[in-house]
Ligand binder design. Structure first.
Ligand SMILES: [Zn+2]
Length: 395
């Protein structure tokens, strides 16, 4: 394949005329000039009165502090990733908040990701609650997830949506604070739309797609999925639970934040499968599968999303973006080997399942897959399993 074609991989589709986003991105809307909403948002972002927004943020945080009594001021869902580490910096160092940190553990930790999580707990000196589903269930869900939503990560999508809300309800901590806003790169909303809209089913709609009840079947029972249930609307209302995205209140800049966190707190980037950037989803060894399956269904993966953001921010030309996309989106990730191992599936069966998940625009289209030309810098195996293997070997 020509890696310097400087054009979209699937020319039969409509792509944003500014960035590299195709029509198969969920929720994408192009204006009459063919410009996607994320590109429009990035123009709005420059004109927003961020000082005013920051005042609103301060008011929200002051109010939460005033009402907290001896309880925590807020919940910060953390993975140890770039965004949640930055959230902790802003909330504890700038605003003096006392958060309860909450982690839904997908248990696909990379070694760097595990380090980043533990390091952030130490550096910010915060209290922490984590929930980890059992390994056999994670493996069964990975298989069911591909069949159900055409992506390996249902347990992660559903868990990060449900678990922090469960903790909010049970511990009576109403305010949840997430990181990047929806307007930044998803194209699903814009910076000028109303803030403070909270939706308990946000993660179900955005990423999990199927409710726990819809995942039941075969070797997965209602009882297995109890931890993935979002609290009821009544419970949410009774506890007054709601949430904000910091990125709606302060100017969000991935590159500068990453640099800052590396220098100040020793946060670590690492090589990522299926993209050229080294700082998103660092904690997840299976992120390559998440992105590769998106590519097989929709004709784009994470390199497309990151290149588009870089084009918007003036770091790449659109043509350079398309070159990077050609190199990374079609790459067969090493994580596919781990997926086949934990599910007992075969590669042929995997591709067959993915063929059935294609969007109409991709049916009958030749979707190139490239072999990786080198081994990933970090081992694609959950770090807890690596540790166990290491000590088992010495017995
Ligand atoms: Zn665009």
């Amino acid at each position: 394949m020509d890696l310097h074609a400087r054009t979209p991989l699937f020319p039969h589709m409509q792509y944003c005329t500014r960035c590299c986003v195709p029509e198969t991105l969920e929720g994408v809307v192009f204006d009459e000039m063919g410009v996607c909403r994320a590109c429009q948002s990035s123009e709005q972002k420059i004109h927003i009165n961020w000082l005013e927004r920051e005042k609103n943020l301060r008011a929200i945080l002051d109010d939460a502090k005033a009402k907290a009594g001896n309880n925590y001021d807020c919940i910060v869902p953390i993975s140890g990733g770039k965004d949640s580490t930055f959230q902790l910096h802003v909330l504890t160092k700038i605003y003096g908040m006392k958060p309860l940190c909450v982690t839904f553990s997908h248990n696909w930790w990379s070694e760097s990701g595990w380090y980043n999580l533990q390091n952030s707990l130490e550096k910010f000196n915060v209290d922490h609650v984590a929930f980890t589903p059992n390994r056999a269930l994670i493996n069964r869900l990975a298989k069911r997830s591909i069949e159900g939503i055409g992506d390996t990560n249902w347990h992660d999508h559903a868990g990060v949506g449900a678990f922090p809300l469960q903790v909010a309800v049970k511990w009576k901590i109403p305010l949840l604070i997430w990181g990047e806003g929806d307007a930044e790169s998803s194209g699903r909303s814009s910076y000028t739309e109303q803030l403070n809209t909270f939706d308990r089913d946000y993660f179900l709609k955005q990423s999990a797609k199927l409710s726990p009840t819809q995942m039941v079947g075969g070797d997965i029972t209602d009882r297995d999925l109890y931890p993935f249930e979002v609290p009821s609307q009544e419970e949410i209302e009774a506890a007054g639970v709601w949430g904000i995205h910091l990125g709606d209140y302060i100017f969000w800049d991935d590159e500068r934040q990453t640099e800052f966190l590396e220098e100040t707190y020793g946060w670590r980037q690492t090589e990522m499968e299926n993209t050229y950037k080294r700082y998103k989803s660092v904690e997840d060894v299976m992120s390559g599968m998440h992105d590769f399956t998106c590519y097989l269904k929709r004709g784009f993966g994470r390199a497309t999303m990151q290149a588009s953001l870089d084009v918007r921010n003036g770091l790449l030309t659109r043509e350079e973006g398309f070159d990077l996309i050609r190199k990374h989106d079609p790459e067969r990730p090493e994580a596919l080997d781990y997926y086949l191992k934990i599910t007992g599936s075969t590669e042929a069966k995997f591709y067959e399942t993915m063929r059935a998940k294609r969007l109409p625009q991709m049916i009958g289209v030749d979707i190139p897959v490239n072999t990786k030309d080198h081994k990933n810098a970090e081992r694609i195996m959950p770090f807890p399993e690596q540790l166990i293997e290491k000590f088992d070997r010495h017995e």
